[in-house]
Design a protein around this ligand. Sequence first.
Ligand code: NAD
Length: 345
Amino acid sequence: MKDNLRAKDVLNKNDLIVIAGAGGFIAGSLVRYFKEQGFTRIRAIDKKPLPKWYQITPGVENLCIDLVHEDNCKRACEDAIEVYNLAADMGGMGFIEKFRIECLRSILINTHMIECAYRAGANRYFYSSSACAYNTELQKSPDVGALKESDAYPAMAERGYGWEKLISEMFCQEYWAERGMMTSIARFHNVYGPFGTWDGGREKAPAAICRKVIEAQDTGIQDITIWGDGNQTRSFMYIDDCVDGIDQITHCEKLIATPINLGSNQLVSINELLSIVEKIAGIKLEREYDLAAPQGVAGRNSDNTFIKKILNWEPSTTLQTGLEKTYYWIKQQYSDRKAGKRTIS
Ligand code: NAD
């Protein structure tokens, strides 16, 4: 079997692709990606009303339905050849530490979606898991060892969000083991880029830092507040690498029902992240540290040994390149909002 197959290599252009969570960041980008590949039947689903979707790709069937209900999942999966489930109630650390119940309740979406995909006879089912599924005991230091796939067990995931991801992964594994449906599981490590949430409480560090720097420039304020001491480390994956990775993982036979890291392994501290953004913006700000703010684990990085071995590929967009595109996109959103135009946050 050849590796690095993508949807365009295994599907007919008129096969129905269903993408859940499409009003959000990653799934919305995935819809656009498949449309650009020439797929003619894409069903995009989100519970948000259409005007609130981050991206609307022309020529796509858009459904605004709530996937916590089984009937809606049935409607969503009707005639699907492939189902990509990225719908979840989630956000950055500020959200997942505060709203654990909302995060846990995404189990309803995942439980019904996988069953309905199976009953509809879908060939493949993709599930977006997270690095938050990893054992938190292994993430207590900023110079953390990168997390490899086996580090999820023994389990001690992020409370709420991480445990929900872990149990939904297990659903994927059992639907393959017991029922023979091909499932794929990617553990995303912080994804960022244009069309990501940049304000309102659900945004993640790269977007939040870009926004704060832009605000400082605009208002003349000379300082910036960082959550935590700024020494906490993460890796950040650019959105284009994420959608390409989803496509490759879903169509790789060796990865059926096998959780795999999908993330960059360029580890940076939040202080370093800010320095890159300051350089792009051409500004230097006074840093203030809010030690009471949510900051998550001390360090987290993606071990890419497995993905390199299987796909001979890994996310490769540098933080400098990805952040430049993200910064200028958020800057445009910021000035659009000031001018009273529609923006995503
Ligand atoms: P997002 O919040 O931008 O998109 C998720 C979308 O799901 C939202 O538009 C939301 O309205 C929709 N949704 C929530 N509940 C729903 C429901 N009941 N029915 C229908 N739609 C519903 O988030 P994202 O960053 O695009 O994340 C997509 C997936 O990737 C999620 O599963 C998330 O947990 C996972 N993930 C993301 C990151 C990241 O850095 N962005 C990291 C790890 C994992």
